[in-house]
Write a protein that binds this ligand. Sequence first.
Ligand code: DGL
Length: 249
Amino acid sequence: MIAVIDSGSGGANVILECLKYYNYDFIYLVDNKNCPYGDKPIEDVKKIIISNINFLLKKFDIDFIILGCNTASSIIGYEELERIKCPILKTKPDLSSLVKQNGKKLLFATKNTIDNSNYVKYFLLNYNDIKTLYIKSLPKYIDNYLSNVNKENYEKLEKILKKGLFFHKKTKKYLKNTTNIALGCTHFKHIEKEITNCFDKKINYFYCEKNVAKISNFLIKKKKQDFSIKVILTKKDDSLKKSIMDLFL
Ligand code: DGL
């Protein structure tokens, strides 16, 4: 069984990408109780992730774990990984593809991913034409939106996105002219269309799910004929659970 952990619906995008390569049994822990991870102090997120990992290892027969969350992947270091007796794969923004593009480039992620990932730091240090952006609590808004997609919620999300993208005078012009965006949060693929609508032009997106799915494919010893996905939420929320299950139909 493969365990996938995220604070919300983002992990589903990782599983969907894995299913392009292989069938397997997945246990997907949706830590909606602690969503969003992206703005929390890193020591708190570390504790939360370790306790989620221990819970899964105790309860299920896990072959390996995928942190289906860029934020968790940025925060969990080698020290923590060494102590866990199970292989763990991390999800990272696809910055190596982003830097090869012409035109304005943006890494759209969470605050913790932008500030704490050594991988991100490496790219920001060496490629000074990448701008970064986060919108506080956006993953939480995305989960609420997915739970109930309607005109009112769409307008709410659009307002949050437009404010986050174009509110600051200093960055407004650059962002308006951006054509390449690395989505550095697994939740963001769910609102790709909504993000594009804010720009009102074609955007080239670079996704974080592909690399981790490809790597996980190498760890599978024996592929299965079919797949199964068990979704567990850390806080009861039937509409979020249903909207996540519907993503796999
Ligand atoms: N899907 C998570 C990520 O990729 C969301 C983090 C959050 O909860 O803020 O970073």
